[in-house]
Design a protein around this ligand. Structure first.
Ligand code: HAM
Length: 451
């Protein structure tokens, strides 16, 4: 008798073959910072923390989402950031919010909201966090990027501007990065108005050689033409009027003092008459940091930027309060750190690996691991593996100096085996004295390595 299989009728809607789900990627311009890179990020963070502690800055964290008007008013309606780069949306509750494109406006919001005006001035704050700008991604430019920043609020003295530029430069130095501070003064809004007119008068006759975008800038925000990367504008601006010639007396004096202070502390700077920065809140000093290089023609991304913003707190609804600050682009700093270190950093050294055999051994091993970890040892394990060979291979791969082995017998006897991984010798010790024994062995080993 032959059995012939009848074809099974498909139910309506049933798929013919199992579909595999399409893998997803991170959003364009945003990326994962993988474990292999964490060494550099940690270095950049610890350097920021150390320098801020020594300059007596207090850490502040503000939310990633802020009300949209904070940036429209703070950064400026006609800036590239507000016009085209903000991640803004309306919440289901109808609130208009924006993922912070920068943090200075938010720090000022916080200063006002928490009455920091009543604290001794200047209030010195630092922050570390990611910012979001919908820019065209390219080398060194991301849509989510990280900034370390410092703000000094409540003081208009030139020494504050100089100390901030010094701090930013010292931060780079502490990471082994040689930088130069490009610096300029853009005066007060009033003196800038006269300069703006002079600039329009200079560029207007040349407008038919400009791109549509630059024509718009000429109309709305002519100072932005000065940091255009378009070669036509770069050539045109060589003869353009310079803002320093339009500064009011008090801004000129302020700027002179900033430069004198920088000379005093030996911060290398370069006067840049066309540095205006892309945010509207600046008054007087503006600066940017670039890697020091002999190649003048090499296009570089700024590693950081900042300046004075004496009108911002008032624009945001606070009392008239002078302030200044800077932010460093950490993605760019990390990229330089990585380029410099050609060999990957060595893996962290492991003191003890805890290996286990059988279910009772594994249970005990969990507790031994905790005991060793809390006694200050660098401990590792592969608790999910039952093969002792795999565990010993892992201990070797991690470079563990000793392995603790615990099986059913040792659990019953109240002992552990300590294996010296270099010598290949083993000894049985009382489980109660394990940490003490290991400490002794560590001291002995380090004495041997010195002699
Ligand atoms: P900013 O010049 O817009 O200033 O940004 C500061 C730094 O952040 C830049 O110099 C750059 O290193 C980094 N950065 C900016 N955009 C990107 C991006 N798309 N991808 C990677 N890195 C980027 C500010 O944000 C002001 N809040 C600085 C400040 C603080 N002014 C006074 N206080």
């Amino acid at each position: 008798m032959s059995i012939t299989k009848k074809p099974v009728a498909k139910k309506p809607g049933e798929a013919t073959s199992k579909k595999t789900a399409q893998p997803l990627s991170s959003v364009r311009g945003m990326r994962d910072i993988l474990p292999a890179d964490q060494h550099y990020w940690r270095k950049a963070f610890e350097a920021a923390q150390n320098i801020c502690d020594s300059y007596r800055f207090d850490r502040i964290e503000t939310p990633i989402l802020e009300e949209t008007p904070l940036f429209v008013r703070g950064v400026g309606k006609q800036t590239d950031i507000v016009e085209k780069e903000m991640y803004s949306f309306e919440t289901s509750g109808g609130d208009k919010v924006t993922m912070r494109p920068e943090n200075t406006a938010a720090i000022c919001r916080s200063y006002i909201q928490h009455g920091m005006l009543n604290l001794p001035q200047p209030v010195k704050l630092w922050y570390w966090g990611s910012m979001f700008r919908h820019e065209r991604p390219q080398s060194g430019r991301y849509r989510e990027f990280w900034q370390f920043g410092c703000e000094m609020l409540g003081d208009d003295d030139a020494v504050v501007d100089a100390q901030l530029a010094l701090l930013a430069w010292k931060y780079m130095q502490s990471l082994g990065l040689d930088t130069v501070v490009h610096i300029n003064s853009i005066g007060t809004p009033e003196s800038r108005l006269n300069y703006r007119n002079a600039l329009v008068a200079y560029f207007r006759p040349k407008r038919n050689r400009m791109s549509e975008d630059d024509k718009k800038r000429l109309l709305k925000n002519p100072l932005r033409l000065l940091d255009s990367k378009d070669p036509v504008i770069m050539e045109m601006k060589m003869e353009a009027p310079q803002i320093v010639d339009w500064l009011d007396e008090s801004s000129k004096n302020h700027f002179m003092h900033v430069l004198e202070y920088l000379d005093e502390v030996g911060v290398p700077y370069q006067l840049d008459p066309f540095l205006v920065r892309g945010l509207d809140y600046y008054t007087r000093t503006v600066f940017e940091l670039y890697e020091a290089t002999d190649d003048q023609n090499q296009h570089q991304n700024a590693l950081g930027g900042g300046g004075r913003y004496d009108g911002l707190i008032e624009i945001l609804g606070g009392k008239e309060t002078p302030a200044a600050g800077f932010s460093i682009g950490i993605d760019r700093v990390v990229s330089l750190l990585k380029n410099r270190e050609t060999t990957p950093p060595p893996a962290e050294e492991i003191d003890v690996f805890v290996a286990q055999l059988g279910e009772s051994g594994r249970k005990r091993a969990l507790a031994l691991f905790e005991e060793l970890r809390t006694s200050g040892f660098k401990v590792a394990e592969s608790f999910s593996k039952s093969s002792i060979k795999t565990q010993m291979d892992n201990a070797n791969r991690m470079g563990a100096k000793w392995t603790i082995i615990i099986g059913q017998k040792e659990v019953l006897d109240g002992t552990v085996i300590i294996r010296d991984m270099d010598a290949g010798t083993q000894e049985i010790v009382d489980a109660q004295k394990m940490a003490q024994e290991l400490k002794k062995k560590m001291i002995q080993k380090s004495a041997e390595s010195i002699s």
